[in-house]
Design a protein. Structure first.
Lengths: 591, 248
């Protein structure tokens, strides 16, 4: 794709996209399908039979399973060939992450190793560091952890106290401090540790070997879920870290930490997708078996409603995730063509899509929490029993809203990053917003009517975009730089932006399916209900924001926002029933 | 020694089989896989090659089917087969398929030929026996183990109430059942990457006709709904068994 065609992060708010330019999961190639199948075969053969033992906190078993996945090459999917990996595209990395996402604690341990454990060195390491560490991490010979959080530094990650002092001869650093909540802490061989050098105000990053003298690993935390994943504190008592293990430049740590978090977030979006599909399959299988009042519970409308809504949200998340993944691939290609090193190109491209990464993290984790909650409900009392996978799925889901940046932090990031990018002049967000705000009474509201299906859906999505722009303008005008202190309003705007991205991605996908297959069939139902829901949700968020704003033209804004959130009715019951019936017939998630 | 594993391309075993109005298999949404017995045979063949590197020179897979079955063949290559042969023809019936495989084998001289005991789609269980007959090779059926001991082939087969060990000279055909390998081998990333580069030789079919033709398919009758009887009312049960079903 040409530079001009590539959508910038957040630019979807002001630019229309042609379905032909987005990637959809229906376009996976044979090799991608085979890789996903390998991940699935591995889970079925090795991980699923041992879920209970893993949940007892058996570190050795987890390590053994991780090594086995390494033997199959799964740990090398994101690593370049020069360093012993398989240099797969970002879309393929995400597909693998999705598939492994169905594996509860194993998924957390695997992703922590392959993502935040390995990629800081892969992306920011020098040749020597990559050869010493990444080549072994790609096979699972060394297992990795990422150590940013401290007792006093959680969301405010830059406030950590862990400190490094260079030795007099400059040969090493002396590291002191404490990290907390470290995934894979119990068995990782290699850690990426963030610390401040001397009195620096910003972080630096170090590669620390766990077997160095002075590294003390605490016991595993007792947790609500992902019990099989080892989470520990780690203490550093005068640990000598060789100077050559400084990762990147002195003071570059925060940037490394943030870029890796963008990557972690987006991959979390893929992970939750796999978990969600598994929960849906478990639910429909149960609903097809369980009889009450003389019939399978799958035949009840209330259950169909749940099953369909689970499918709709999962499908929508999936549409968004692979759309941005392909955009990332295109940007990587562009950077590489401009002469950039592949590792740097990858992390820069991922970090570029920071708005979408935050959206997918928040949307995906909340989607999964919704799905597992309803899945428990479909199982009735059995959903509360530890005998069923869904009980584990329910507990394991909850962490996703907390790590990789809490959803509160990520909601703020969505708006903040889009505004920063626009201020840098990447796209005309403020200009478009001003134009609308300058003529509120004359806003071109899409009114629906006799248009064809897809024109109508994109009309409503355009209305949502106009709503978001109006609010951005109104909030910026009302609060200026103090907008950061109005988190409730930022959250409203953020929710609207998320709905826009997900609804638009779903619409683009369904339209593309229709152009590829002739008739999008059931996918039209999914889009119909999705957009119907999104319009209502956006209306609510927008009105919440407007009523709360300190603005002179409140009445005018209320009217505009109300007009922009009018949409034709949809027979959602019929749509949901058709979606549920397909799921019930297939007896597994197959959309 | 060269091993040939015959593979069949079948719907995934969890597929819900449906037919179109004209009694044709409805292929929409079907995921095609290597026939489970063939996948286990391939796994065992690769294990034999791994543990007898000097002796087993190569493992090839052969399949009679149209180009649309190539993803299944590439899967076999990804699992570890060295090369593949595809006979470019619809697999019409067991006789036709066996005749095609005979042609492939006589042209390329394989020493060990492994066939699954049946394929999970039509469950004919006849290709292996026919093939051995066409080739004039010894055949061993119900094979649940193959080992190489001092360059001799020792085959384990299941018999009523136990098993027997058979030694057999090459070339031969083994008709393989479950037990031949514990679990099918999973395609590793390296294998998947290498599969792209491995050859699939496409050959034109031998000129034979099928001997049988499917005239129609019938689904098994729907299970009737289960009738629940109130435990406090055993008379109803007796009445049904005696008067309605006339069973007692
Ligand atoms: C199981 C598990 C595994 C983890 N794995 C790792 C790991 O491998 N490596 C690692 O470095 N860390 C890891 N973490 C740490 C995780 O990233 C942090 O827990 C997370 O960033 C939140 O920090 P905190 O727990 O200190 O919460 P706090 O920052 O104290 O947050 C408490 C609440 O306040 C809210 N809040 C905080 N700041 C703001 C703000 N500015 N505006 C609005 N709301 C705010 C939060 O959203 C949250 O709701 C893990 C945590 C868990 C539980």
């Amino acid at each position: 794709m040409e530079n001009t065609e590539l959508l910038k992060s957040g630019e979807f708010l002001v630019r229309e996209v042609d379905p032909a330019d987005v990637f959809i999961p229906e376009e996976y190639d044979e090799e991608q399908i085979m890789i996903a199948q390998t991940c699935k075969d591995f889970l079925e053969a090795e991980v699923y039979p041992k879920l209970e033992d893993l949940d007892k906190g058996d570190r050795e078993l987890m390590k053994e399973l991780l090594k086995k996945s390494g033997d199959l090459g799964l740990m090398g999917i994101s690593v370049s060939e020069e360093y012993g990996g398989f240099g797969q595209s970002f879309v393929t990395q995400m597909l693998a992450a999705e598939t492994i996402g169905a594996a509860y604690s194993f998924s957390v341990a695997f992703m922590a190793h392959c993502g935040i454990g390995t990629l800081p060195i892969m992306y920011y390491g020098n040749e020597d560091q990559r050869q010493r560490y990444v080549t072994k991490q790609a096979t699972g010979e060394l297992l990795g952890a990422y150590c940013l959080t401290e007792p006093g530094a959680g969301s405010d990650a830059n406030s950590g106290k862990t400190n490094a002092v260079p030795s007099e001869d400059g040969s090493h650093y002396i590291l002191n401090g404490q990290k907390m909540w470290i995934t894979n802490g119990g068995f990782a061989d290699t850690q990426t540790v963030f610390a401040k050098i001397e009195n620096d105000r910003v972080l630096s990053a170090f590669i620390v070997d766990t077997d160095s003298e002075g590294v003390v690993v605490g016991p595993d935390e007792h947790k609500m879920g992902i019990k099989g994943s080892s989470t520990t504190q780690i203490y550093y008592n005068d640990v000598k870290v060789p100077a050559e293990n400084l990762l990147g430049q002195r003071g570059q740590g925060f940037r490394i930490a943030l870029s890796i978090l963008h990557m972690g977030r987006i991959k979390l979006g893929a992970n939750v997708l796999g978990a969600s599909k598994k929960a849906i399959t478990d639910s429909v299988r149960y609903a097809n078996e369980r009889k009450q009042f003389g019939t399978q519970i799958a035949n009840f409308g209330a259950i169909k409603h749940k099953l369909a809504e689970m499918v709709i949200r999962t499908f929508a998340a999936e549409s968004s995730i692979y759309r941005v993944s392909k955009d990332i691939d295109c940007l990587i290609e562009k950077y590489v063509a401009e002469g950039c090193d592949k590792g740097k190109a990858s992390i820069d491209a991922i970090a570029h899509y920071a708005v979408e990464a935050a959206i997918l993290k928040v949307y995906g984790s909340e989607m999964l929490d919704y799905v597992v909650d309803e899945a428990v409900q479909v199982h009735g009392g059995m959903g509360y029993s530890s005998e069923m996978d869904i009980e584990r799925g329910y507990r394991d889901s909850r962490i996703n809203r907390i790590f990789e940046g809490t959803n509160e932090i990520n909601r703020i990031l969505v708006v903040d990053t889009a505004m920063k990018r626009a201020k840098k002049g990447e796209y005309g967000l403020f200009e478009e917003a001003e134009k609308l705000a300058g003529n509120i009474a004359g806003i071109d509201v899409y009114k629906g009517g006799d248009d064809d299906f897809f024109t109508e859906k994109s009309g409503y999505i355009k209305n949502m975009k106009r709503t978001a722009l109006l609010l951005l303008n109104a909030a910026s005008t009302a609060y200026g730089r103090k907008l950061v202190h109005e988190q409730e309003i930022l959250n409203n705007i953020s929710d609207i932006i998320m709905e826009i991205y997900v609804a638009e991605s779903t619409a683009l996908r369904v339209k593309k399916i229709e152009s590829l297959k002739g008739d999008a069939g059931i996918f039209r139902d999914i889009l119909d209900v999705y957009v119907y829901n999104a319009v209502q949700d956006v209306r609510r968020s927008a009105l919440d924001a407007v009523y709360s704003l300190d603005a002179d033209n409140k009445d005018e804004l209320v009217k505009a926002v109300s007009d922009l959130s009018e949409a034709a009715g949809v027979n959602v019951k019929a749509c949901r029933r058709r979606i549920a019936d397909k799921l019930i017939e297939d007896n597994e998630y197959k959309f | 020694m060269k091993i040939l594993v015959c593979i069949s391309n079948v719907p995934d075993t969890t597929t819900k089989i449906k037919f179109t109005g004209d009694n044709e298999l409805d292929t929409t949404g079907i995921q095609w896989v290597i026939n489970p017995w063939d996948e286990l045979s391939l796994t065992r063949a690769l294990e034999l090659k791994d543990s007898n590197p000097g002796l087993i020179e190569s493992v090839t897979v052969a399949h009679a089917g149209p180009a649309s079955s190539e993803p299944t063949i590439r899967k076999a290559l990804a699992i570890g087969a060295d090369s593949a042969i595809r006979v470019n023809a619809e697999p019409l019936d067991a006789f036709f398929v066996a005749a095609q495989l005979e042609k492939v084998i006589t042209e390329e001289n394989f020493d060990i030929v492994l066939c699954g005991i049946e394929s999970s789609d039509f469950n004919g269980s006849t290709v292996g026996g026919m093939l051995a007959e066409f080739l004039g090779y010894p055949s061993v059926s119900a094979v649940s183990g193959i080992n190489i001991e001092n360059e001799d082939i020792v085959i384990k087969r299941e018999i009523d109430g136990g098993s027997e060990l058979v030694s057999v000279p090459v070339p031969f055909v083994a008709i393989v059942q479950k037990g031949i390998a514990i679990e099918p081998r999973i395609a590793a990333m390296r294998g998947i990457m290498m599969a792209r580069k491995k050859p699939i030789k496409v050959v034109e079919p031998a000129d034979v006709n099928a001997l049988t033709e499917v005239s129609s398919y019938e689904m098994p009758p729907e299970k009737e709904a289960c009738k629940f009887i109130d435990p406090d009312n055993p008379e109803e049960l007796i009445d049904i068994l005696q008067n309605k079903e006339k069973l007692i």
